[in-house]
Design a protein around this ligand. Structure first.
Ligand code: FAD
Ligand code: SF4
Length: 511
């Protein structure tokens, strides 16, 4: 007989969206089952062994790409979802994006959204990154940006007592990063929620406009499991939520369409002096524009090697300069022109190949924005004193001096010319909005045509949120749970490590 999990609410996915929804429902007294495909790893299980951690924590071991294989798409596959892999960078949704979402029919009223951000930031301990964990390349890069007239901002981060080890993208083994696995998920469990790790929802069983249950498979034992609930909330993230809808025969022809990204690549500066940028937080300084975002990204050796241009001996020679390298990532917010779909492989090669396909090509306008971002980053690196700059090109990656910038457009002429191009910020694919012909999800986060099925993750965004999306997804999930279950979250959430820290500080200061 099949194992059955029963709850009032079943939440599929434990990342930025799912964890917030699960906490608020559990705190309101509902019985909640969180179903997560990936494993539950505690900080003590994590290490700085990059290949091992990438294989454990990333979807498809970090190997998910688009169909043309000229773009990687990184997502988490563990309790806490992609939040476990973040650099803890926190931005609020830009007001222009909030207005544009409203124009699509996804109303997130400014005052309600502001209160949701306050709550989320309180739980996530969002505060300025302390200067003492800045890596040594930061001051050099900030100086380079300023020299070319580009404002160099510092980041707000979700951390408590970070020691600046520089390995955020493989999870924090010291428990200092306040991702969902350290905050909302344990807080939800404390309030009575159950988390089922290593359990993948394979299909939504529905009939006559109602979900009757979810069909799941234990990813370790292969056992089949049924999940029965009153309401079902999909929070598997972009790519995965549309894939599950498509697998279940829901909204074929619409689900998966309108997928967007913050996508980009990395520009490296090779400096005469050792900078030892690995010795501190990976991301400390950034420069925001409307068309692109430049963010410092100082990767540990394996991740750096994977994104560095050049092949064989050339690649090895640059790796030998590891202590001298500083890097600026360039991200472009894309239009919702991507598509997730069940392709030929899915239809003909199951169970060998059982994945959704991703189709995405940057438009000419986006490609130009990416080139302009790379040009700005390269100028900043030269201004900071780099003796040469490496751009993410397979054709002509090395710029020996500023005059070589004249070749940058040609070196980055097409997406096929790019090395290390990708996205850690997929969004959309089950967009929320007011147009039933276009939007899979209605403005109250309900999947159209199904009375007890909802979506509360990054896949509801009508287009890219432009900045790093984690906090915007959490705040949107906070509003979603209010609409899905009429839950009224408190002004301030009085739970979690950041709250306990504030309480201790208050007690210590009391006369
Ligand atoms: C390397 C990296 C660095 C990043 N850094 C930042 C940063 O610094 N700041 C920032 O704002 N954003 C960052 N992001 C992006 C951010 O983490 C994501 O945008 C956000 O977590 C997405 O939230 P989500 O709820 O939509 O999905 P996710 O957080 O990805 O959660 C979805 C979860 O659902 C699970 N799931 C999927 N399908 C199923 C299924 N069928 N059954 C069961 N479970 C399923 C997945 O395993 C996953 O755990 C980063 C992302 C990556 C990959
Ligand atoms: S840099 Fe800080 S938050 Fe990131 S993994 Fe290291 S200790 Fe944790």
């Amino acid at each position: 007989m099949k194992r059955v999990i029963r709850a009032e609410y079943a939440v599929v996915g434990s990342g930025a969206g799912g964890s917030v929804v699960a906490y608020h429902l559990a705190a309101a007294g509902a019985s909640v089952a969180v179903i997560e495909r990936g494993p539950w790893r505690h900080p003590r299980d994590l290490s700085h062994d990059e290949p091992a951690m990438i294989a454990t924590l990333y979807k498809d071991g970090g190997a998910q790409t688009n169909n043309d294989a000229n773009m990687f798409v990184l997502q988490g596959n563990c309790v806490g979802g992609s939040t476990v892999l973040t650099n803890a960078v926190c931005f609020r949704m830009p007001e222009s994006v909030r207005r544009s979402f409203a124009a699509h029919g996804l109303e997130l009223p400014a005052d309600e959204l502001g209160r949701a951000f306050d709550r989320v930031e309180g739980v996530m301990g969002v505060s300025p990154l302390p200067v003492d964990v800045h890596n040594p390349a930061t001051a050099v890069l900030a100086d380079g940006l300023r020299r070319i007239g580009a404002e160099a901002g510092s980041f707000q981060k979700a951390m408590l007592d970070c020691i600046g080890c520089g390995y955020c993208n493989v999870g924090c083994r010291y428990g200092k990063k306040l991702d969902a696995s350290q905050t909302w998920i344990p807080m939800a469990v404390d309030r009575g929620a159950s988390v089922y790790a290593d359990l993948e929802i394979r299909r939504i069983d529905h009939a006559r406009g109602t979900v009757r249950g979810l069909l799941a498979r234990d990813t370790v034992t292969g056992e089949e499991v049924q999940v029965l609930a009153r309401r079902y909330i999909l929070a598997g993230g972009a790519i995965n939520t549309p894939e599950l809808l498509l697998r279940s025969g829901l909204h074929r022809g619409r689900a998966g369409k309108r997928t967007s990204f913050n996508a980009g690549g990395i520009v490296f500066g090779d400096f005469p002096q050792p900078l030892d940028g690995f010795d501190g937080d990976q991301m400390c300084v950034h420069h925001l524009t409307e068309r692109f975002v430049i963010e410092q990204i100082q990767n540990p050796p394996v991740s750096l090697a994977l994104t560095l241009p050049g092949f064989y001996g050339d690649h090895a020679a640059v790796m030998q300069r590891y202590r001298h390298l500083a890097a600026l990532g360039v991200l472009v917010p894309t239009q919702p022109s991507g598509e997730v779909f069940l392709g030929l492989g899915h239809r003909l090669l199951r169970p060998l190949f059982d994945h959704a396909d991703i189709r995405f090509r940057m438009s000419a306008v986006e490609l130009q924005a990416f080139r302009d971002g790379c040009r700005t980053a390269a100028r900043a690196l030269f201004a900071a004193g780099a003796r040469r700059v490496l751009i993410p090109s397979s054709k002509r990656p090395i710029l020996e001096d500023e005059a070589a910038l004249a070749h940058l457009d040609d070196a980055l002429a097409s997406q096929d010319d790019l090395i290390g191009f990708g996205s850690s910020h997929p969004q959309g694919g089950a967009c929320a909005g007011c147009d039933p012909r276009r939007d899979v999800v209605d403005p109250n986060f309900r999947v159209r045509g199904i009375d007890n099925l909802f979506v509360a993750d990054g896949s509801v965004f009508p287009h890219s949120v432009r900045v790093n999306p984690m906090l915007s997804i959490m705040a949107t999930a906070d509003l979603a749970v209010q609409r899905i279950a009429s839950v009224r979250p408190p002004v301030q959430v009085q739970d979690g490590p950041a709250f306990r820290r504030r309480q201790r500080q208050r007690t210590a200061l009391a006369p």
